[in-house]
Structure formats: structure tokens, C-alpha cells
Design a protein around this ligand. Structure first.
Ligand code: AMP
Length: 197
């Protein structure tokens, strides 16, 4: 049976960048999620690609929930036209809240913040702390080198081959969403299950 994804957290750059294709795709992802009745959960900023995702969803009658830590809630940053804005005391609480509110995760192109969010949620997945699908949208080959690095890590056996199956990739949002719907979580390794003898 398919995963029924009703809400997805989007991680992406708080900057505009200079790749027009990537910039436009951020808006298109917001629009796509809204027209598929999927709530967008994101960092709550009006800046950069984050702002474009929110704009794309809101202009197409989508539900958008922003989760922003108190210290970032300044006039220059926070998006004040969202369906819902949740303020957290810090970055850790924000990440947990975004996790709790979402049935899946998508990373669009971004910088340190995006990669940090992506890898933390992948790490939680590999530890069996959640079973939600995680997708990387490889718009305009933005993540080619990162994906090559992940394959190198697996080849060198420093990343378990089966954990690579947590990383769903496509350069097309419709295709990525289908992969996320079809995703089957890995069984939790025996050594992690405290109740098992
Ligand atoms: P970066 O990729 O370094 O631009 O960081 C973007 C990611 O980190 C987003 O997915 C946000 O959740 C978070 N983030 C970074 N900067 C901000 C900001 N100014 N306002 C809200 N969230 C931010």
C-alpha cells in the first residue's frame, strides 16, 4: 500500500541563489504540493527559496505551516501570511516540531542549513526513530557531487548499503513524490531493539 502523504517538510535555501531554474523550481514545488493537497511544513521564512516554496503553495490555495525559532522571528525574515506559524524556543525544538508535523521530507537545493536538516532526518531514519520517506530533489544536477560522495561512502563501507535506500532522488517533483509514496521502511536492526532477546 502507498504512503498517503498529507504533509511534507521542505528543507531549502534561505538565499535566492543565482540559478534561475532552481529559483523557479522552488515556486513550482510549492504549487505542486498545494495542488496535490499536501500541506507544506517549512522553516517559516519569506527569504530565498524558502519564500518561493511558500509563495507557490499559498498562491495555489495550499496550507503552509512555518516553524521558526524565536530568535529568527524578525520582520526581515518571518513570513507573516502563512496558514499557521509556530514559534519554537530554539533550533532543536524547531526540527523536532517539523518532524512531528510531517509525513515525509524533501530537500531542495540549499546550503549548510538545508544539508544539516537533511542529514539529521536521514540519521534519525537510519536509527529507526522514524519511518518516513526522505527525498532529494536534484534540480539542475545541483546535488550530483553530494550523491557521488554518498556512493563513495557506501563503497568504502562507511555508510551501510541498506541505509542508502533511505535516500530517494529525482530531478522531477512528481517522480520524487511517487518514490516517496512507494517507500518501504527498513526493518529496525535487531541490536537496536531493546525488547528483543
Ligand atoms: P540554508 O540552506 O543554509 O540557507 O538554510 C536553510 C534551512 O535552514 C531552511 O530549511 C530553514 O529551515 C533553516 N534556515 C536557515 N536560515 C533561516 C532563516 N533565515 N529563517 C528561517 N529558517 C532558516
Amino acid at each position: 500500500m502507498e504512503n498517503n502523504l498529507k504533509s511534507i517538510a521542505v528543507f531549502c535555501a534561505s538565499s535566492d541563489g543565482e540559478d534561475v531554474e532552481i529559483y523557479k523550481e522552488a515556486y513550482a514545488v510549492g504549487e505542486f504540493l498545494a495542488t496535490h493537497n499536501i500541506e507544506v511544513v517549512y522553516g517559516g521564512s519569506k527569504l530565498g527559496l524558502m519564500g518561493q516554496v511558500a509563495k507557490g503553495a499559498l498562491e495555489n490555495c495550499g496550507k503552509v505551516t512555518g516553524v521558526i525559532p524565536d530568535f529568527l522571528k524578525t520582520k526581515e525574515v518571518v513570513h507573516l501570511q502563512l496558514s499557521q506559524l509556530i514559534t519554537t524556543k530554539d533550533m532543536h525544538e524547531r526540527k523536532l516540531k517539523m518532524h512531528d508535523l510531517s509525513e515525509g521530507f524533501i530537500a531542495l537545493p540549499g546550503g549548510f542549513g538545508t544539508l544539516e536538516e537533511l542529514f539529521e532526518i536521514l540519521t534519525w531514519g537510519q536509527l529507526g526513530l522514524h519511518k518516513k520517506p526522505i527525498g532529494i530533489l536534484n534540480t539542475n544536477n545541483y546535488y550530483d557531487e553530494l550523491l557521488a560522495m554518498l556512493h563513495k561512502m557506501a563503497t568504502k563501507k562507511l555508510l551501510k548499503e541498506e541505509n542508502m535506500s533511505l535516500v530517494l532522488v529525482s530531478d522531477n517533483i512528481a517522480d520524487l513524490l511517487q518514490k516517496m509514496k512507494d517507500f518501504k521502511p527498513m526493518p529496525i536492526p535487531k541490536w537496536m531493539n531493546k525488547n528483543q532477546t
